[in-house]
Design a protein around this ligand. Sequence first.
Ligand SMILES: NC(=O)C1=CN([C@@H]2O[C@H](COP(=O)(O)OP(=O)(O)OC[C@H]3O[C@@H](n4cnc5c(N)ncnc54)[C@H](OP(=O)(O)O)[C@@H]3O)[C@@H](O)[C@H]2O)C=CC1
Ligand SMILES: O=C(CO)COP(=O)(O)O
Length: 321
Amino acid sequence: MSVGVLGAGAFGTALAIVLAGAGRPVTLWAREGADEMQAARENARRLPGPRFPEGLRATGDLSEAAAAGTLLLAVPMQRLRPLAERHAAALADRPLVACCKGVELGTTLGPAGVLAEVVPEAPRAVLTGPSFAADIAAGLPTALTLACAEPDLGARLQAQLSTPTLRLYRTEDVTGAELGGALKNVIAIACGAAMGAGLGASARAALMTRGFAEMNRMAQALGAAPATLAGLSGFGDLVLTCTSEGSRNYRFGMGLAESRAQGTEAAETVEGAATARAAAERARRLGVEMPITEAVVAVLDGRMALNEAMETLLARPLREE
Ligand SMILES: NC(=O)C1=CN([C@@H]2O[C@H](COP(=O)(O)OP(=O)(O)OC[C@H]3O[C@@H](n4cnc5c(N)ncnc54)[C@H](OP(=O)(O)O)[C@@H]3O)[C@@H](O)[C@H]2O)C=CC1
Ligand SMILES: O=C(CO)COP(=O)(O)O
């Protein structure tokens, strides 16, 4: 089965490389620079280094990629709706796998919810979990979650998108999988800020653990299963992103501590910034407490300095774990 990847950022390119390397014919659509990539056999701008396998073709013509049997949508979360709206007709009749992590500003929907609104007739799934694009493209072992509410389609996509180095686990809990992938980026910003401020590894462990608790509160309020949050898409991705400077969200948090990140959200893809705001809004509406997320938003919006945010978290009433 052929695969079309829409969005030639780091992640889309890495997925295209590993799938083509495993023998799937893959067409990678880039809105800019496709001819250069196709000639150089490399995405020098977004994922420099890894070479394109023979079965990978880059194109600037979306309809070529959209003709594939399965489509992976690998653009940042806040860009998913404009992309899907613009190309709704081309996306309408084949499985769409959203590969973005986040909550949409305004609607507070995840990627599956956005696709359900824009292209309701297309079967959909979400691919999420702990993986850096560079690791996937280098053929390093990686395990991800493929979430699909339709079990038969989920099983087909799991088989189609697994390779000898990219191992997919399946779940029908789409809400849990997408919230795990979205909310861990907010906690990664908090952890990066704590480490950047020199608060130490114990403080980071506390933020990860209490962050995981608030991820679970939000997810369960929306009907997700705790087991999904404990899996690759929640706990797994939280661990990766909160402990590695390979993460853009974590690095962005470190930058906040050094007062050099405010206003730089647009410089690279930092999904946790918009997601923190959207998740905090959703949590307030649901009556769910998310103190770390609220603290991240307060710092991002310039309403609190980082040390004030930490003091506010530490001054919360003592309670049972
Ligand atoms: N990088 C990683 O390690 C991982 C990323 N992800 C997720 O994948 C998603 C994408 O991230 P990533 O690939 O890293 O991001 P990048 O910043 O590397 O690339 C984003 C890509 O999206 C393209 N894009 C943005 N807006 C549009 C649009 N309206 N139409 C078409 N293309 C558009 C950009 O095009 P252009 O180049 O022309 O600007 C760029 O190629 C995020 O949700 C991220 O959380 C998930 C796991 C791992
Ligand atoms: O989602 C990721 C790892 O699973 C990538 O993390 P960043 O977006 O923070 O770089």
